[in-house]
Ligand binder design. Sequence first.
Ligand SMILES: Cc1cc2nc3c(=O)[nH]c(=O)nc-3n(C[C@H](O)[C@H](O)[C@H](O)COP(=O)(O)O)c2cc1C
Ligand code: SF4
Length: 552
Amino acid sequence: MSKNISNLSGRIGLKNNLFQKMSERSLNSKNDQGMKELAEEYRMGVSTIHGAESFYEFLRPAHREKKAFVCNGSACMCAGTQEPLKKKLKEKLGNDKVGEMFCLGYCYENNAFHYDGKNFAGKDINKIEEIIEGKDIDQDKFYSKSFSSTSFLMDDKISDLNQFKEHLQKFINFDKQEIVKSLLDSNLTGRGGAGFPTGMKWDFCSKAKSEKKYVVCNADEGDSGAYSDRYLLEDQPLKVIFGMIICGYVIGSDEGVLYIRGEYPKSIESINASINELKKFNLLGENILGTKFSFDLNICIGQGAYICGEETALIASIEGRRAEVDVRPPFPVTEGLYKKPTVVNNVETLAAATGILLNGSEKFSAIGNKKSAGTKLVCFDSFFNKPGVYEIEMGTPMQKVLYDIGGGFKEDVKALQIGGPLGGVIPIKEVEKLNLDFQEFTAAGFMLGHASIVSIPKDFPMVEYIHHLFEFTAEESCGKCFPGRLGSYRGKEMFDQLKNKTSKIPLKLLNELLITMKKGCLCALCGAIPTPIMNILKYFGDEMKNDMVQEN
Ligand SMILES: Cc1cc2nc3c(=O)[nH]c(=O)nc-3n(C[C@H](O)[C@H](O)[C@H](O)COP(=O)(O)O)c2cc1C
Ligand code: SF4
């Protein structure tokens, strides 16, 4: 069934993308007519289109009736800014006009909200009248800096069209295997979380036999605490796009797509502007710079589903299917978008590939070690004295990361959640023992992931943090697998009951639930959420002992 939909959607392809059309019609019309026409155009049942539409938060009628949305990500929650913010917005707009969105990527200043297609944060709420009137206001930007001896992600080697042209001219006339070799030698591993070697992924896809192949940039950065992909999309768009074009050249693809989350309007704007500029100067499109190589780019805008960051769900979403996770194998490199060989890479991976080609693989591999090589963007939230996004060498001691680079904390912090909602919750004393290294984090029972840092202040109750994690998973699970769909709700219910003071947490049952989810889930959304919860139970059990009962 899903294969048929992929093929039907693929008949029309990316230029007239089903998901984009479905989203536009859903957001702009109040009746079913548009969806019926779409179903006819794509030769699908109208129920298939409605089935997909109903999957997305932003396309639901209840969401569309709201005017403002406050960020309900972990960093804003820990900062305690969102309840007063919600109150102010409700006073201005009405009680039923304020909803929620999961992480707008303003973790460095909090108070984040979305209004009429734009994001605001920090002190912006003080200008709410001007915002409602549609006036442009001055907004603070994140601070960014590279702390690496060679900057691969933040330097200015490819920040204007002339530089872009010069580098493109060189690399689209380069031996393809040399480019793959360079990536393999660099030891770059995927920055989206799974850590697969990038050179190997490009190599596999280049060897797949197919007339059509795709390059997909995963710009669905949904992890609370992370805004590094947002930084790259908005401040270094040419690095990301360059990585995609070169990937297309290496694997033999003439088309790519950036799947950018709808919560990042400025990122969409910035990438769109870059694509248009590049097309104007024949740096993208047919026969680039007079060569036989053609490559075009499209944008697909996410509609509020965290699971779309998972690559098979992301592909389903682009195809206009419900964004449910698919079983792998087959992996996207052999059967991806529209069932064609596809490279799916994270934003930072693509920018790093560019940085490696421009600076040399040996400089990248010389930093860190074979499995955790090069540099990584790390995001600091507002509890740090120096919040911002920083390029840091792998292998740097976390002591240095937190206290020298991040400047230490403004107030007492008891733990950090590193790597998004699925990453570990690490007591400060334990983080200080580690280095910035994917394997070290995993070996210690945590996860570095995308390296976002959310600080949990001393007085924030850990039972509330677990409730937040279960609530997030219950809301965002795709529903495909039984342990994930049910497990996340059962977990949330346990902590709902504690919150309502109707029951304490049955510890034995909770542990059984966590083990079942860990072992039985199809993907790492509901399958990895036990990690931070088990970390909290292990390290902060004492704090919660009055909320727990040992037996069921
Ligand atoms: C629940 C879930 C969410 C994910 N979210 C993202 C995401 O927001 N961005 C991303 O690049 N990868 C995300 N991933 C990882 C992707 O599935 C995939 O591994 C990645 O895009 C591959 O690119 P890379 O090799 O460059 O890392 C997620 C995975 C899971 C299981
Ligand atoms: S673990 Fe959760 S998100 Fe992943 S497939 Fe199962 S239900 Fe879907």
